[in-house]
Write a protein that binds this ligand. Structure first.
Ligand code: FAD
Length: 450
C-alpha cells in the first residue's frame, strides 16, 4: 500500500511551510511536504547576479511603521537580515521623456497629485457603483500622454498606499524595506523550515518529511482519504491535504482532481485575476545614471503604458554593483518572457540610450525571471478587485472535502504579500486541526450511538 500520513502539504513556499510547522508543533509528526521544484521558498527566490544577491521574487517587507508589527519584520529582526528603506516618493521627480529630458518637478508633481486624486475619486465611484449596482465610466480621467501613462502605471501596477486602502498599509504601515542580504529573503524560509525539520550542520534540510522534485499531478479525494499521484509515478495517501500552490497553478491544468472540484470552487479560481510582475536585472561595467538616494527610482515615459517604465539603481543597496533593475508587469512581462534575453537586453538598452544618451556602456549581462511561463507558478501573485468581494474570498478559501487551500491568494487581508502567505498557512493549519478534533470526537461518539 502507498505510504500514508495524517496530512500532506503540497508546496514548500512560505505558506506551505508555515502550515506544516503549525501541524508538527501540535503533534502531527507525520506531515509529508511535497514540493515540485528542487528548492524551498517558491516565490521567495534569491539568485547571485553580478556579484550580489538579487531577489527574483519578493524583495520587500511591505508594511512597516504602522500600529501593528508585520510578522515578517519580526523574523527579519530575529535573523539579522540586512534591509534598507525604499523611498519611492522621489520617483515622480525623476521622470524622463524619450529625448532624455526630465519633466520639471512642478509639472510632474502636479500630474502625480492629480492622478492620485482621480484614482481616489474613481475608487469612491466604483464603491458606490457596486453598492447601487450601476456602472460608472468617466472617460475624462483616462491617462493619455506618456507622463500620465507612466504615472498611471506606477500608481496602479505598484499599489501605492496613497491610492488604495490596502490592509497591509493600514495595519502594518506604509513603509517598505528592501532585503539587501547575500543570504537573500529566502533565509527566512530556511529558518522557518529549520525550526521543525531536521537539517545537516551546513543548514541543508535532510528531513525525509520534505520531498523535493515531487510534482503533484493528480489528487483523488473521497469521504475518508486523499490520494496524491506525482509525476514520477509515486502515490501517497493522507487523511488531509493542504494545497499551497499559487492561484496561477490552480488555473492551469498541472493538477487534476478526481472527482473534479465543485463548480463554486472552479468559478472562484477562474474569477481571481493574476498579476505578473517581472524585475529584470542589468549589469554594467560602470554606472552612468545619476546617483544619490533621491535618484534611486526613476521613470521612463513612453506612449506604450508599462514599456520599461519603472527603474531602480542598486547603488544604495550594493554600492559599486553597477546594476539597474527595470520592472515590467502583465502584458509586457509575458511579452519579454516569450522572447530571447538578448532581444530584451537590446530593448532595455535603447530605452536607457533614450534617457541617458547614445554613449552609455552596453549591459554585460541580463537576468530575466519567468514567473508566467514557470509551470509551478504561472503568475507572480493574485490580483483581487479593489472592492472587497467576500463571497469570492470565502469560495477560494473553502475546503473541498479533505482538501484545504492555502497561500497568499487565500489571505483575506494580505493577499499578494509574503506576510499574507505566512499568515494564511497558520490559519489553514488551524482549520485542519479543528477538523481533526471534530473527527476524533465523532469517532469516540459513534460507537456509543450505534
Ligand atoms: P509559493 O511561494 O508560490 O509556494 C507554492 C509552492 O508550491 C512553490 O514552491 C511551488 O514550486 C510549489 N508547487 C507548485 N505546483 C506544485 C505541484 N504541482 N506539486 C508540488 N508543488 C508545487 N511579496 C511581498 O511581501 N513583498 C514583495 O516585494 C513581493 N514582491 C514580489 C515580486 C515578485 C516578482 C513575485 C513573484 C512575488 C512577490 N511578492 C512579494 C509576493 C510573495 O512572493 C508571495 O505572496 C509569496 O511568496 C507566496 O507564497 P506562497 O506560499 O503562497 O506560494
Amino acid at each position: 500500500p502507498p505510504p500514508r500520513s495524517t496530512a500532506i502539504v503540497v508546496g514548500a513556499g512560505f505558506s506551505g511551510l508555515s502550515a506544516a510547522k503549525v501541524l508538527v508543533e501540535r503533534g502531527i509528526d507525520d506531515v509529508l511536504i511535497l514540493e515540485a521544484s528542487d528548492r524551498i521558498g517558491g516565490r521567495i527566490h534569491k539568485q547571485e547576479f553580478g556579484g550580489v544577491a538579487v531577489e527574483l521574487g519578493a524583495g520587500w517587507i511591505v508594511g512597516v511603521g504602522g500600529r501593528e508589527v508585520n510578522p515578517v519584520l519580526d523574523m527579519v529582526a530575529q535573523s539579522g537580515l540586512r534591509t534598507c528603506l525604499s523611498d519611492y516618493s522621489n520617483a515622480r521627480y525623476n521622470i524622463y521623456d524619450r529625448s532624455g529630458k526630465i519633466f520639471p518637478s512642478g509639472i510632474a508633481g502636479d500630474s502625480y497629485n492629480k492622478a492620485v486624486e482621480t484614482a481616489v475619486q474613481n475608487l469612491k465611484c466604483q464603491e458606490s457603483a457596486v453598492r447601487e449596482l450601476i456602472k460608472v465610466v468617466d472617460p475624462s480621467t483616462t491617462p493619455i500622454t506618456p507622463m500620465e501613462l507612466a504615472i498611471d502605471f506606477i500608481l496602479h501596477d505598484f499599489e501605492m498606499p496613497e491610492v488604495e486602502p490596502i490592509s497591509t498599509f493600514l495595519d502594518f504601515g506604509e513603509r517598505e524595506f528592501m532585503v539587501i542580504d547575500m543570504r537573500g529573503y529566502e533565509h527566512l524560509v530556511h529558518r522557518l523550515a529549520g525550526e521543525f525539520l531536521s537539517s545537516s550542520s551546513d543548514g541543508e534540510i535532510t528531513d525525509a518529511r520534505l520531498q523535493l522534485n515531487k510534482v503533484v499531478r493528480e489528487i483523488q479525494h473521497s469521504r475518508n482519504s486523499v490520494t496524491v499521484v506525482t509525476e514520477d509515478g509515486c502515490i501517497y495517501e493522507a487523511n488531509y491535504l493542504i494545497l499551497s500552490v499559487s492561484i496561477g497553478v490552480l488555473k492551469s491544468d498541472l493538477i487534476s482532481f478526481q472527482p473534479s472540484l465543485p463548480r463554486w470552487k472552479r468559478k472562484a479560481i477562474e474569477d481571481i485575476d493574476v498579476m505578473v510582475y517581472t524585475k529584470i536585472f542589468l549589469k554594467f561595467p560602470y554606472s552612468f545614471w545619476p546617483s544619490g538616494p533621491d535618484k534611486e527610482f526613476f521613470i521612463y515615459a513612453h506612449e506604450r503604458r508599462g514599456y520599461y517604465t519603472f527603474w531602480q539603481h542598486m547603488e544604495n543597496a550594493y554600492p559599486g554593483s553597477n546594476i539597474l533593475v527595470v520592472t515590467l508587469t502583465n502584458g509586457e512581462s509575458k511579452r519579454v518572457e516569450n522572447q530571447s534575453d538578448e532581444e530584451t537586453r537590446k530593448e532595455a538598452m535603447q530605452v536607457l540610450k533614450d534617457m541617458f544618451g547614445p554613449n552609455i556602456p552596453e549591459a554585460t549581462s541580463i537576468l530575466v525571471p519567468r514567473w508566467w511561463t514557470n509551470r509551478f507558478q504561472r503568475c507572480s501573485y493574485s490580483n483581487y478587485p479593489m472592492i472587497p468581494d467576500h463571497e469570492l474570498l470565502q469560495s477560494i478559501q473553502g475546503p473541498v472535502g479533505r482538501i484545504f487551500f492555502t497561500g497568499e491568494h487565500t489571505s483575506e487581508r494580505f493577499s499578494g504579500y509574503v506576510h499574507g502567505a505566512y499568515l494564511s498557512g497558520i490559519d489553514t493549519a488551524k482549520v485542519v486541526l479543528e477538523e481533526m478534533k471534530k473527527e476524533n470526537e465523532m469517532a469516540l461518539i459513534e460507537p456509543l450511538l450505534a
